[in-house]
Design a protein around this ligand. Structure first.
Ligand code: DGY
Length: 320
């Protein structure tokens, strides 16, 4: 059998795949285009793809693949409905990237609120002339309220970190999480209450039609003017026009972003605001995590191509 991998990933997973299959890896260090994917992966049995690859119905049909392993936990880049209708298993990489993504979320919370990037620039620009009583003042964490949108694995890992910082934790979630509320000291609130009363808001829900533009101008207007918003989930959960307006009108104190509306394009107006910290979608970018992701994706693809139910199957209906 043949497997096509859309970009170089850590060797551990590739080694496993090579023991079982003929493996072809897209040779360039950039995302593959749709045209290249259609030409080069045609006739492959399995596809190992990235969140930067849009796997639509046409690609699924033309390639004639039997299984798809996404090298990410989010699967909004894949037409799951089309894959399911064709009985093609789709897998993702949950769990292994939880801690790394929660770490990065907290790094953003700290960076935005304590103005780390601004402060670094201040020093490099030669402005540090000695301890200042009124320079680069930011926000505290202890006793402040962190509002978590989506209390799945990553949201919970962020809550554990917040507990260590002495924060009060509130959350909004579609599914019940009562069992972990006491461990996390987390209180379930309505979406509106979370928006109204959080000092920090962090997004950890998947991107779906229901979460599209979940944060728009109405929500920004309801937030505390001292609030910080962090997004390490998916860009389109926030309406970008509203985000820019919120910055322009100083509706909140700061924003930390690892994901964007139209990745990799970023509306350059965002760069004009020093109270925004921008990262290049590096939530899972630790050596250990990416290695685990490559192994997980490879093992799932091996199972799926052997006709077995892969451990991290997204579309369970395929095996019903
Ligand atoms: C994912 O896996 O969905 C993350 O966005 C990767 O960093």
């Amino acid at each position: 059998m043949k497997v096509f991998v859309t970009r170089m990933i850590p060797q551990d997973g590739l080694r496993l795949l090579k023991e079982m299959f003929e493996v072809e890896i897209f040779e360039h260090d950039r995302p593959i285009t749709k045209k290249e994917l259609l030409e080069q992966a045609r006739g492959s049995d399995g596809l190992l793809c990235l969140l930067t690859d849009k796997i639509d119905e046409e690609i699924i049909d033309v390639l004639g693949i039997k299984a798809i392993a996404n090298y990410a936990v989010g699967v909004d880049n894949i037409d799951i409905k089309a894959a399911t209708e064709r009985k093609i298993p789709v897998t993702n990489t949950p769990g292994v990237l939880t801690e790394a993504t929660a770490d990065l979320t907290f790094a953003l919370i700290l960076a935005v609120s304590r103005r780390i990037v601004e402060a670094d620039k201040y020093v490099r620009d030669g402005n540090f002339k000695g301890w200042e009583p009124m320079e680069l003042l930011g926000g505290d964490f202890s006793g402040k309220t962190l509002g978590i949108i989506g209390l799945g694995r990553i949201g919970q890992a962020v809550a554990r970190r917040a507990k260590g910082f002495g924060m009060n934790i509130i959350y909004h979630s579609q599914s019940p999480k009562e069992d972990i509320e006491s461990e996390l000291n987390a209180i379930k609130v309505t979406f509106e209450d979370l928006i109204l009363s959080s000092d920090y808001i962090t997004i950890h829900c998947p991107y779906t039609p229901e979460t599209h533009h979940m944060i728009g101008i109405e929500e920004f207007r309801k937030m505390k003017s001292s609030a910080y918003l962090i997004n390490t989930a998916r860009g389109k959960v926030i309406d970008e026009t509203s985000l820019l307006l919120a910055l322009e009108e100083k509706l909140i104190a700061g924003i930390g972003l690892d994901v964007y509306y139209n990745e990799p394009e970023i509306n350059s107006k965002i760069f004009g605001y020093s109270n925004v910290v921008v990262l290049p979608h590096i939530g899972s970018a630790s050596i250990e995590t990416r290695t685990k992701m490559s192994l997980m994706a490879a093992k799932d693809l091996i199972a799926a191509l052997a006709g077995k139910k892969p451990p991290n199957l997204v579309n369970a209906e395929v095996f019903d």
